[in-house]
Write a protein that binds this ligand. Structure first.
Ligand SMILES: Cc1ncc(COP(=O)(O)O)c(C=O)c1O
Length: 352
């Protein structure tokens, strides 16, 4: 395993990389929850990736994405997401570090008051990002919203080109093969830490959205051949061919790293059972999971991704789908600024 990790690290060195975060992120045991749940529970702290206090999974992706963007000589980066997108905020953060101009095209998930600037939208303001917000259309199909959002972005890119700027377009979530390289290598980082701690995870749980993080983790797992089952807990109603999309991201990343390993959709394990009632909408199980983690371990989860993902992990343990005594890693993917978002997103986390 050690040799395989080193080989992957050598191959990754050939790819352009902007050093943005603080790696390796800590991996540590959650003693009190381990005792209560009857498993050996560890947490991988990608909430501490940096660059600033509001880190998360996107920084690993952005190190490779931005490395490539800088190498190609772009001066502006335009990306997409929901109004409270962590990816959009972290892209703005990375752009500032690298002296690039950040442009964000965002879609509201509900009717919004333009004066109510909180959480990531507030951070985007502080960062001085150029922010464009679509009009909210109630009950609009997601595909149609995405078309409108992209049209907005493309129109702005045309203007930027006329202004003489070199603008690179990044997909929402940084979901691309190059972005997923960050998580293939993140998985190798996790396994190096597990070796040092003399543990071998049976399960690795993570929130999954655009699929690039999970695809990267599965890529790392396939390249290393460890015994863990990597499980993604969905943050939203995902497409029917989501597993294939995530496998494609995985395979693109493995190809960039010169690895022969390949995934099929059957290698991508996603549980869609815990996002209800919807993306960026609070739930009782999510709120309870946030309270449990905070009150037993003093750690913060977020209401959109990690709270629901941890609720999924807890349910798997309680249902016996994770056997007692198993070694389980919960991959904290960040996003904690959402604790300070509107109540429509946070729910009653501040009550009881
Ligand atoms: C905090 C957090 N966790 C998990 C995810 C899911 O990552 P991915 O989009 O790569 O599936 C996101 C994506 O936005 C996120 O912000």
């Amino acid at each position: 395993m050690k040799d395989r990790i080193e080989q992957m690290q050598t191959k990754a060195q050939a790819l352009p990389r902007a050093r943005l975060g603080f790696f390796p992120t800590p991996l540590h045991r959650l003693d009190r929850l381990s005792e209560q749940l009857g498993v050996n529970l560890y947490i991988k702290r990608d909430d501490l990736t940096g660059m600033n206090l509001f880190g998360g999974n996107k920084i690993r992706k952005l190190e490779y994405l931005m490395g490539d963007i800088v190498r190609q000589g772009y001066d502006t980066v335009l990306t997409y997401g929901a109004v409270q997108s962590n990816h959009a905020m972290q892209t703005a953060t990375a752009c500032r570090r690298l002296g690039l101009h950040p442009v964000l095209c965002l879609n509201p998930c509900s009717e919004r008051d333009a004066r109510n600037v909180r959480a990531n939208l507030l951070l985007n303001r502080i960062l001085g990002a150029e922010v464009h917000v679509l009009d909210y259309v109630p009950d609009e199909p997601e595909a149609q919203m995405k078309r409108r959002r992209q049209a907005l972005g493309r129109a702005r890119m045309d203007e930027l080109a006329r202004e003489g700027r070199r603008c690179c377009e990044l997909p929402s979530g940084g979901a691309s093969a190059m972005g997923s390289v960050g998580y293939v290598m993140g998985y190798a980082e996790l396994m190096a830490q597990c070796l040092a701690l003399r543990i071998a995870p049976d399960y690795v749980f993570s929130a999954t959205g655009t699929g690039g993080t999970l695809g990267g983790m599965v890529g790392g797992h396939l390249a290393l051949g460890d015994r863990a089952r990597v499980i993604g807990i969905a943050d939203s109603p995902l497409d029917d061919d989501y597993e294939q999309q995530s496998a494609d991201l995985c395979n693109g990343a493995l190809a960039l790293l010169g690895s022969d390993a390949r995934a099929t959709a059957a290698d991508i394990h996603v549980d869609r059972g815990y996002y209800a009632p919807g993306y960026e909408q609070p739930s009782d199980i999510g709120t309870r999971a946030i309270h449990l983690m905070a009150r037993q371990e003093g750690l913060m989860l977020d209401p959109v991704y990690t709270g629901k993902a941890f609720a999924g992990l807890l349910d798997w343990v309680r249902q016996g789908k994770v056997k007692p005594g198993s070694t389980v890693v919960f991959w904290h993917t960040g996003g904690v600024s959402a604790l300070f978002a509107d109540r429509e997103i946070t729910g009653p986390i501040g009550e009881a």
